[in-house]
Design a protein around this ligand. Sequence first.
Ligand SMILES: C[S@@+](CC[C@H](N)C(=O)[O-])C[C@H]1O[C@@H](n2cnc3c(N)ncnc32)[C@H](O)[C@@H]1O
Length: 351
Amino acid sequence: MNVHQLRRVPLVAKWPVTPCRRASTKTPRPPKPSPKSSKPVAIKRRQATPPRQPPTLQSTQPESPKAETPKQGHGIPPRALTFLGISALTISTYCGYLYASYTREVSKAQTLDVPRDVSDRYNTTAATFDADVELSEKAMGLGKKRRDLVRQAHGNVLEVSCGTGRNLPFYELGERRGTDADGRAAVLGCRSVTFVDLSPQMVAITKEKFEKLYPAFPAVFKACDAGAVSPSDLQRSGVKNGEPVYFDTIVQTMGLCSMPDPAATLRHLGSVTEPKGGRILLLEHGRSYYDWLNRILDNLAPAHADRHGCWWNRDIGEIVRESGLEIVEEKRWHLGTTWRYVLRPKQAQKP
Ligand SMILES: C[S@@+](CC[C@H](N)C(=O)[O-])C[C@H]1O[C@@H](n2cnc3c(N)ncnc32)[C@H](O)[C@@H]1O
């Protein structure tokens, strides 16, 4: 055996060419010895190999359970290959379908002339609003985010853009003594609650739900613009004539997307928030951290706004900065598209 033969023997033994077809039931012919390989060694090892077992070096090693499985040429069982093939075909067909629908929607969206104020859409979608958003809200875990926000509401509370009252289950009605998030003694819970929405159909749904949930607690419901809300107009309970009226907490969830001038509305809400301890609590949706997602939101925004009454590509952070309110807390989730803010009226500069 020369040097070349020495190199060839282990290579041939390690990587045999296994035929890619069903295993034959016929007794396999003993392999012909290669004229170039070392005759006694090669022939002896192959003859000792059981039928249908490729003559690999592994066969000389201790047997493992895997070694008993008949090996196909590529090592992937045909069933798995069929499954992978069907899956790949299904996924690529679905992606193709999504892409085709996306491009069709984008070109349709570009031809639409959608006004900035699309808030009237809610008058017609009010009856189906809950059913429309239920699944996506569940998938995004928005129930918990609503609860965590609304639990902070205390004192005289106003919820603007209340929609169909999706935050109602999370209010703690009635005041009680307790401790705040920093462990300090505080009065918790709501003394009074007021709900407003531009759409009378939406407010009617909130009122109906509230009266079922809290039949004994008085509340005010009004169809009006959040940008023009006035505490004295709302006949909030316990207000004496002539005294300045503020809300201790103002709540708004998913409302900035449907207003024609969201920064001006926030500014107005700041003016009716109790100047020292009052808070505005927001849970909103809008632009993402990522350009690729913002491009999709931008491309589909006119069609989405026209259908659902909501501009989903707004920069919520920019709107908040523009309002001039002070940011107490800011948080984002879902690739940056869900925004939570705790705001307060701008504090007077100390001399
Ligand atoms: C996307 S829905 C959100 C409803 C609800 N806040 C929620 O989280 O499910 C937006 C709501 O804002 C209301 N809205 C739009 N513009 C408004 C305005 N200027 N003043 C008060 N409500 C407004 C709409 O009527 C609609 O009910």
